[in-house]
Design a binder for this molecule. Sequence first.
Ligand code: SF4
Length: 372
Amino acid sequence: MICNATKKNDLLDFFILWFNIWGMTQHNIYIHVPFCIAKCNYCAFFSKAIAPNWEQYADNICAEIDFWKNNIGKITVPTVFFGGGTPSLMPIEIFNKIINKLNQNFDLSNCTEITLESNPGTITHDKLNDFISCGVNRLSIGIQSFDDDELKFLGRRHDAKTARDLLEYAIHTGIRVSADFIYGLPNHNVDNIIDLCKKINDTGLQHASLYELTIEKNTPFGRMNLDMPDNNKMADMYLAIQNQLKLPRYEVSNYATPNNKCQHNQNIWDGDAYIGLGPGAKGRVFMNNCWFEQSGGDITCVPLSNETRAVERLITGLRTVRGVKIDEAIKNVIDIDFINSHNDLIQIKDNRICATDKGILILDDLLVDITR
Ligand code: SF4
């Protein structure tokens, strides 16, 4: 484990130790579950299509929780997110063991959200009920498409009917439900997107994530010569989503009614601290008055300068409709003259910087222009 922080003075150290030990440091928790039944054709996420040793996996996660308890104290945890991979493959006993360990080591009394990512075909109604009994109050379902041919093309291992069944049952349980979809497949056009949005509207979903298909190297799609829609067509499809989906956008790819935003992701986009547990997990940890870039699994932890952290906050915050709060750290990394002279792309409102609808379409370029 690599950890270096600059200490200011003894009094400050004492305060920080007290602050950490008494649990006033708030960190969200992300737990990566890097196992899938098979790899999808587009997937570049850290996940393996293997039969996991779940006991070993849980023991490793628990050891990481012990590590953080010993190093950062009894933090308060506002949200927990089990992402993957396919967390819904996890046996309920394993999930329970991890949740119990979190409860023993951290303060989850004000934890408002425990999300489980799932894939259709990997979770029965009974198993979903078990997860809910053990604390899950938000289910994210990887539906990706309502079209069986598209699902086959994407390399998904479920059909549309299985996805609809899980979606309907999850909504019926009363927990918060989100679903992921992919658009911008070869030959997709605005009509396909209008059709997809109508189907999403009909489900009654209160949260949906719509991701543009991106072709990553070292994936089956990366080795095919796919005829992808060009940037203009992709932009037209993106705009069609804004027009057709009944859910308002609150982040580049995320849409929800006001009370159904993903609190975990919103916290992270706002720049709050989070710990990543499990191989492939990333975190941003605040301890000893310093920010650290943190990785789960073998736990590495590298200090970040205030400037780097401010740029990170800018990158994630500008993805959101609410934008980034302007504080001293943000003031030091932005080009205010550029912002003031490009109000069609980026604006300051109520002491927050927000990208306009036009600016969102060129966000990567915009970020280069507004940082200095
Ligand atoms: S289910 Fe998700 S994480 Fe697993 S291979 Fe498919 S896209 Fe990747």
